[in-house]
Design a protein around this ligand. Structure first.
Ligand SMILES: [Zn+2]
Length: 425
């Protein structure tokens, strides 16, 4: 009888360990993507709130700090919109985030402006475009329904602003990587149904605030290895997101990248309490400034808190909230042995549908480390069960975390596979 009870107790305990991981991740994602963190950007110091939260969790789990502190401060310039944003079409005030977006490089602008409509247009060259002959557009807005990268960047027509119509079923997605400079024209994305064809004017009151020297922090901690403490396995994830646009619209960033941050914090907690201690020193770096263009990882790679040449492998996690279609390994084609081992481990554990291979791509925080000579990977999950990307609807309550536990277990196996003498039976 006693043995059966022990067995049942062990089973309950065992299942608790796994469900607890997911519960912990859910809690962290709810907290990081909650309204109180203001989208973890540059309005209301959302990124600092998030950094303090991660700092507290590292402290609670008694992780070690490099040079006496988890926080690594640095700064950059960034344009923000902390004030009320007003866009009025035919007396109808549009809602920021769901009905319009203002490009992060936009300046302040107030007034009513005439609209020039250029629909279904593919020829975009003011020299060739006869519609512009003798027409000054410097006090007008151009409306187009095709995305023109150069028009958004340079506005070569020299208009007061540009409006890109977005179909009602397309994601209204914002980005801030262009926010280091303020341009001399306003660019807006507007839902097509909110700006009916033929509308003659638009009224705006947009006020920007450029922060010259926004102070922000990477938050890093480690668990000392027991056999080879001077060799490191590193997990990274960016915790920052887009912040707020105006006073109401905030971008929760549950998948991007509260999910990866939660997994790194969960791994940190796991290794901090693991018995025996890990073979190598395990490092956990949550980075800021990713959305502004990999600023945090660039800073860390240039100012490392431990010797990067002693890194066995670095695994960056960015958007791991799905998984029904498996995971992708960026840099898998560069480090084929590691990729093949990961595939074998996945098969042995029957974890994920597939491990897709990719080559180099400078699309997340692994990149500056890779460029500094580190064996760095980037893992993200795949699946159509959550498609909110950079929208106000990337919320915790709709994030499925389909394969969270399996990705977590695969990562533990992958870490163990770097120990000398490891074999897959
Ligand atoms: Zn992002």
């Amino acid at each position: 009888m006693k043995n059966i009870f022990t067995l049942i107790a062990a089973m309950i305990l065992g299942s608790c360990v796994f469900s607890q991981d997911l519960n912990y991740a859910r809690k962290v994602i709810n907290d990081l993507a909650g309204e109180a963190m203001h989208g973890r950007g540059y309005v209301k110091n959302g990124d600092l709130e998030a950094a303090k939260y991660i700092n507290r969790e590292f402290e609670t789990n008694k992780l070690s700090a490099f040079k006496g502190a988890y926080m690594q401060e640095y700064s950059f310039g960034i344009n923000t919109f902390p004030y009320k944003l007003t866009v009025i079409v035919d007396g109808n005030e549009l809602k920021p985030g769901t009905e319009f977006l203002v490009s992060c490089a936009s300046p302040s602008l107030k007034g009513t402006y005439e609209l020039i409509w250029l629909l279904n247009d593919s020829v975009f060259d003011p020299e060739k475009d006869i519609r512009f002959e003798g027409l000054s557009v410097s006090d007008k807005f151009i409306v187009t329904d095709k995305y023109h990268k150069n028009l958004k960047k340079d506005n070569y027509f020299g208009s007061k602003g540009v409006i890109f119509l977005k179909d009602d079923d397309a994601n209204l997605w914002w980005h801030v990587s262009n926010g280091h400079d303020v341009l001399d024209f306003v660019a807006l994305d507007i839902r097509r149904s909110k700006l009916p064809p033929g509308t003659e004017h638009i009224s705006l009151d947009i006020k920007n605030k450029y922060i010259e020297d926004h102070k922000t922090n990477n938050v890093a901690a480690y668990v000392q290895g027991i056999v080879q403490p001077d060799t490191f396995i590193v997990f990274t994830a960016h915790y920052d997101h887009l912040g707020m646009m105006g006073q109401q619209a905030y971008f929760p960033g549950a998948n991007d990248n509260a999910s990866g941050t939660a997994m790194v914090m969960d791994l940190a907690r796991h290794y901090a309490h693991s018995n025996p201690q890990p073979w190598y020193s395990m490092v956990f770096i949550t980075l800021s400034g990713e959305e502004t263009g990999l600023n945090g990882s660039e800073y860390f790679a240039e100012n490392p808190l431990f010797p990067l040449e002693n890194v066995k492998a670095l695994i960056n996690l960015d958007m791991v909230g799905t998984g029904s279609d498996g995971i992708t390994l960026v840099n898998g084609k560069v480090f084929m042995d590691d990729y093949e081992r990961l595939v074998q481990l996945n098969e042995k554990g029957a974890y994920l549908k597939k491990v897709k291979i990719r080559g180099e791509s400078c699309n997340s925080d692994h990149c500056p480390f890779y460029e500094a000579g580190v064996k760095a990977f980037f893992i993200y999950t795949m699946g159509k069960e959550h498609q909110e990307y950079h929208t106000v609807d990337d919320k915790p309550e709709v994030l499925p975390l389909t394969e969270y536990n399996d990705v977590f277990k695969l990562l533990l196996d992958f870490v163990a596979s770097y120990e000398p003498g490891f074999t897959i039976e």
